[in-house]
Design a protein around this ligand. Structure first.
Ligand code: FES
Length: 357
């Protein structure tokens, strides 16, 4: 044995002691003994529930109370869904709906999780075992042994014996997906046909284009070359109901390019005014607002999944998952110089999905 220079660890020297100074014969090895000693198991300490039947029963009560609490949480979430419905245009109703459904789900999942952990830690058998590694493929004997282990686990966990715990756990697990069932109902058919709903927006012949969000009408002379505007129909701000829904369909992007940069189809030549064009701001992929205009390239970018639309070519898709161009709003100028719509959009706005009847 010798000591190394730094840590003073034991070294086992095989061959001449000169090896430590680099003078040993070839093949001499210096092997450091294992730096870590196997600490083994600490002394086993019995839990309170192992030695005191009263504490064991108390732990059992706590566990099934938690499982029942989980059921209460699940039922609460379902009741909250019905008791606090989302009322259109009422943000408070959205907040209350989300708050109470969330509280119910949180209680259901927390109580179920804590109950399972509590059961495992305080009531299931607390033996420390060594599992020796063995080949992955099991022999018939090992398979039979696996069955035995399951049976032992069943015996030791009390899953078969403690029927109250087991049944309350099963009931809690069954109750947990119930809120999801009622929440998925929201994805079901709506009262209104979405296609018809998206085929019509607030735009109609003569509606002035106004700045979002002020509602100030836009004159053609205000739109300088290279500029872009976020646009809403004039009068949107005055709507008593459905303001957000109408805006979600009617939002438009307005840009001015050099007229010679526009490759306009013959039938759409009069849809623009002196290089000013207007396109729906609702992405045809899944409906995000296409809000980024690259002035140099004349590309519109949707930040959600990076679809890009070429404004010079009727906003055709040049990149990304969108499958059809942004709908164009035909525009003109009224007698006072304000930009107006010639009509509504001629196709549904938003995701292409809505076009598939
Ligand atoms: S919503 Fe625009 S790219 Fe997906």
């Amino acid at each position: 044995m010798a000591k190394d220079d730094n840590g003073g660890k034991d070294l086992t020297v095989s061959g001449s002691s000169d090896a430590l100074h680099g003078e040993g014969s070839p093949g001499t090895s210096v092997v450091a003994s294992d730096a870590f000693v196997d600490p083994g198991f600490p002394p086993h300490r019995l839990r309170a529930t192992d030695t005191d039947p009263k504490k064991e029963r108390r732990a059992e009560r706590e566990v099934y109370t938690l499982f029942y609490l989980s059921i209460v949480g699940s039922v609460f979430a379902v009741v909250a869904y019905m008791a606090f419905p989302i009322v259109p245009e009422d943000p408070t109703s959205v907040r209350l709906n989300n708050l109470f459904i969330g509280l119910g789900l949180a209680l259901a999942m927390l109580a179920l999780g804590i109950g399972i952990v509590h059961w495992g830690k305080s009531l299931m058998v607390d033996d420390e075992l060594v599992d020796v590694r063995h080949p992955v493929r099991g022999s018939d004997e090992s398979r039979a042994r696996a069955v035995e282990i399951f049976q032992e686990a069943n015996e030791e966990s009390g899953f078969g014996r403690r029927t109250l715990l087991r049944n309350s756990l099963i009931a809690a697990v069954i109750a947990i997906p119930l809120p999801a069932v009622v929440l998925f109902r929201g994805l079901g058919p709506q009262d209104q046909d979405p296609v018809a709903n998206l085929e019509h927006t607030m735009w109609k012949k003569g509606t002035r284009l106004a700045i979002d969000p002020t509602g100030t009408p836009i004159k053609a002379s205000d739109v300088t070359l290279g500029s872009s505007f976020h646009v809403i129909p004039e009068g949107l701000q005055d709507l008593a109901h459905g303001k957000l829904e109408e805006k979600a369909k009617a939002a438009v992007l307005l840009m001015r390019l050099k007229p010679e940069d526009l490759n306009e189809a013959p039938e759409r030549r009069d849809w623009s005014y002196d290089g000013i064009v207007a396109y729906s701001k609702i992405c045809t992929h899944v409906g995000c607002p296409v809000a980024l205009y690259e002035q140099q390239t004349h590309h519109l970018l949707c930040p959600c999944h990076q679809s890009q639309f070429d404004v010079t070519n009727h906003c055709e898709v040049i990149f990304g998952p969108a499958k059809r161009p942004l709908p164009q709003l035909p525009i003109a100028v009224d007698a006072e110089g304000y930009l107006i719509a010639q009509s509504d959009f001629t196709e549904p706005v938003g995701p292409s999905f809505w076009e598939r009847h």
